[in-house]
Design a protein around this ligand. Structure first.
Ligand SMILES: CC(C)=CCC/C(C)=C/CC/C(C)=C/COP(=O)(O)OP(=O)(O)O
Length: 239
């Protein structure tokens, strides 16, 4: 028993050391500043492990949001200042209602916990912004979202953007509508005026990561994937 415990401890220490080394190596740069994640493959993961879809989404959410070396923690530790998550697309509304309800409850559960006693938020002091057609969400999700945005609204610097009820094309269409409504004149539509009316706005993306091994864009952040130095950054607190 004693021998097994020693082997276990040695492996644990080796793991901590390798982890630290990997982080230090990564931190030497260059570090991307703005990174987006398409959080795909949660249902496929449930088939391999024969667990419920709810458990699969919870595992996905925990992999991102839990403290101690999970994705958001690691990104902020490495010096990435702005993270974007694609948590629910407009297309996802076509899924079975029970699956939509699972995700809405998860948003409420995870975002509803953000606040004073949340270790991840305490460690990094990041702001949470949620973008998309929030009016299409149910009360569960809206409650969690309101809590997270409110609890972190005074935080400066790091930002966790969560896109819900979102697609990139809908964002662009909505920005065109807003720009015309603001100016009353289609001639006022420019790349800059549209940027100002996007749900997410800027800054542009450095890296887009899709989990699950599938190579597809899925209509995420189409506008922001373009690096254009001529466009003024909107909201300098995001840079
Ligand atoms: C708090 C917070 C940010 C929560 C997010 C939770 C989460 C993991 C959302 C992902 C939702 C989703 C519809 C993924 C895409 O396909 P899929 O993974 O459903 O299915 P697939 O395996 O069929 O591609």
């Amino acid at each position: 028993m004693h021998l097994f415990y020693n082997i276990y401890k040695a492996l644990e220490n080796a793991f901590i050391y390798v982890n630290k080394l990997a982080l230090e190596t990564l931190a030497r740069g260059p570090i991307p500043r703005h990174v987006a994640f398409i959080m795909d493959g949660n249902r496929r993961y449930t088939k391999d492990d024969s667990i419920s879809i709810a458990a699969g989404y919870l595992a996905g959410s925990n992999t991102l949001m839990k403290p101690r070396k999970k994705i958001v923690d690691l990104c902020f530790e490495c010096g990435i200042n702005v993270i974007y998550l694609y948590a629910f697309s407009l297309e996802n509304f076509h899924r079975p209602k029970e699956q939509i309800d699972i995700l809405m409850k998860l948003l409420d559960g995870t975002l509803g916990e953000v606040g004073e006693n949340d270790p991840l938020e305490k460690k990094h002091g990041f702001r949470i912004r949620v973008s998309g057609r929030l009016e299409l969400l149910d009360d569960n999700a809206l409650r969690g979202i309101a809590n997270a945005m409110n609890a972190t609204k005074n935080n400066q610097g790091k930002v966790l953007n969560i896109c819900v009820a979102y697609t990139g094309r809908d964002e662009i269409a909505s920005a065109i509508r807003e720009t015309v409504a603001d100016s009353g004149f289609p001639g006022k539509i420019t790349a800059k005026s549209l940027t100002e009316n996007m749900f997410i706005g800027f800054p542009p993306l450095d890296i887009l990561i899709r989990t699950s091994g599938v190579y597809r864009w899925s209509d995420f952040m189409l506008w922001q994937c373009h690096q254009d130095t001529d466009i003024e950054v909107v909201g300098d607190e995001l840079v």
